[in-house]
Design a protein around this ligand. Structure first.
Ligand SMILES: [Zn+2]
Length: 502
């Protein structure tokens, strides 16, 4: 059924899904290359050869410059999936445009893209909240106005519900929440962040994505307008973005800029191509520099598309393996601004934990590195488990005290019985009830042999807080083999005394 979105795999709040359209299914996360209907150095055939079966073009530019009356697929001789944007980006660039929402929507019905956007009013990067509110309200008015057309064509076209509000997160949340009233719109999209992305302002961008995503249903595909640079994509996906579109691959190419998965180079900076796509295998940077501008642009654009495709695949593979967090960690060090994006995503660790699948089929082990790893869903979940244990104990038998054994190495405690509670102390997880040691994720993790001091400090504090909250249920504490966490071995020390020493 057109507009159906099926989630196949999940990791953090990201997912691999299948979106059904009239011209076939798209596997998400995916990228829609922007193709200018009027002038482009690159053809749809070029784009297809890179491996994209979905493109986005602009209904406003098509109408204004070509005014074709037939199907958009025929115009491009393309049988894949076509999305049409509406001219909102042109409003963002040039202010008003000379066409109404009603005209655009009616025109889209005529040219029949698979996915269509109404003419929303982008908030852009306005500094004034009342201006931002105007864009949100006017967009909502236009959503309402489009309803009869959306309803009549929803078996053929996936209509996109545009979310506005810009940096004003309350407005953004309001705009996002309103989507629950419009089930006719089968896809959601966050508008306006293009400007932020161009300036590498990733902190507000991540806040915007989180705010929008946490106020809409998870059952619909979620598009991010813009977002054509591979270094930011995995962070957006981790929060639940399913698709991107951008013209950056061609705009950058025109400016002799060469995109890699980590950064953007100027062609003249490169002695070697760090890529083996068909373009980079065949030519050297010098070859491209000596070419005619038009040919060079085309080839650079093709390379840039290959890189975007590679990035999307790497993200999907990470989701499949349950390693998206580790992928973000790796990616974070590609640029200080990307590190900003990573840190901003970590602010939403509880949200990531909420949607992260509890067990991951093919996972081989959780890799824990440094303080950032403490934001992983597995660790967050463990902290919650300990809190629940404390509450449960406090409710139950306040006067029943047990001996507690803390050990950092498995297999060193004796006489385990119902009067003893044993915890394996791990520098990242903190105390792990020994009965859980063979279950995921406690049985499958790797840490460095050199643990950062700040981790050790933090874990001593976690242990102390835990024991303090449990103190009414503990008679004495023994510690075995925890010297590497700077805790001396002791035998049956009264709890109060131990807490003083810790
Ligand atoms: Zn290449």
């Amino acid at each position: 059924m057109v507009g159906e979105f099926e989630i196949k795999e999940e990791d953090l709040a990201g997912r691999i899904g299948i979106l059904s359209t009239l011209h076939g299914n798209i596997e998400t996360p995916t990228f829609f290359p922007v193709i200018n209907p009027v002038k482009s150095e690159i053809t749809v055939e070029d784009i297809k050869k890179v491996g994209f079966n979905n493109i986005i073009t602009n209904a406003y530019l098509v109408k204004k410059n070509l005014n074709i009356k037939s199907h958009i697929h025929d115009y491009f001789s393309f049988n894949g999936i076509i999305m049409t944007d509406s001219g909102a980006y042109q409003i963002l660039q040039y202010g008003e445009i000379s066409i109404s929402n009603k005209e655009i929507v009616e025109y889209e019905l005529e040219i029949k893209p698979d996915i269509a956007v109404i003419l929303d009013v982008p908030t852009g990067d306005v500094k004034n909240e009342s201006d931002a509110k105007l864009s949100v309200d006017e967009t909502l008015r236009r959503i309402n106005e489009s309803l009869p057309h959306v309803r009549s064509s929803s078996d053929q076209i996936i209509w996109v519900y545009p979310i506005q509000g810009g940096r004003f997160l309350d407005l953004l949340a309001y705009s996002a929440k309103y989507s629950f009233q419009f089930d006719e719109f089968k896809m959601l999209a966050l508008g306006s962040p293009t400007v932020l992305m161009q300036r590498y302002e990733y902190v507000p961008l991540i806040d915007m994505i989180y705010t929008a995503k946490s106020n809409v249903t998870r059952g619909k595909a979620f598009h991010l307008f813009g977002g054509g640079l591979p270094h930011i994509m995995p962070f957006a996906v981790a929060l639940g973005v399913d698709s991107f579109d951008s013209a950056s691959y061609i705009l950058y190419a025109r400016d002799n800029r060469y995109i890699t998965r980590d950064r953007v180079y100027r062609l003249e900076e490169l002695e070697y191509f760090p890529c083996s796509c068909p373009v980079c295998s065949k030519y050297t940077p010098k070859d491209l520099q000596e070419m005619e501008q038009k040919d060079r642009t085309r080839l650079l654009a093709i390379h840039n598309l290959y890189v975007i495709k590679e990035e999307i695949n790497a993200i999907k593979q990470s989701i499949k393996e349950g390693r998206l967090f580790e992928y973000l960690q790796q990616k974070a060090f590609s640029h200080p601004r990307v590190y900003d994006a990573f840190k901003s995503v970590l602010k939403y660790a509880d949200y990531l934990e909420k949607f992260d699948p509890r067990t991951k089929g093919e996972i081989k082990g959780v890799f824990l590195y440094n303080k950032d790893s403490l934001a992983r869903p597995e660790i967050k979940r463990h902290e919650r488990l300990l809190r629940e244990k404390i509450i449960h104990k406090a409710d139950k038998s306040a006067n029943h005290k047990k001996r507690v054994v803390i050990t950092c190495e498995d297999g060193y405690y004796d006489d385990i019985n119902s009067e003893v509670e044993v915890y394996l102390l791990n520098p990242f997880y903190g105390p792990i009830p020994i009965e859980l040691k063979n279950s995921f994720p406690y049985s499958q993790y790797e840490t460095p042999t050199i643990i950062d001091d700040e981790i050790i400090e933090q874990e001593r504090k976690k242990l102390k807080d835990f024991l303090y909250d449990m103190r009414d249920n503990i008679s004495s504490i023994s510690v075995i083999k925890c010297e590497k966490l700077h805790i001396n071995s002791t035998r049956d020390v009264p709890i109060e005394l131990f807490l003083d020493q810790l």
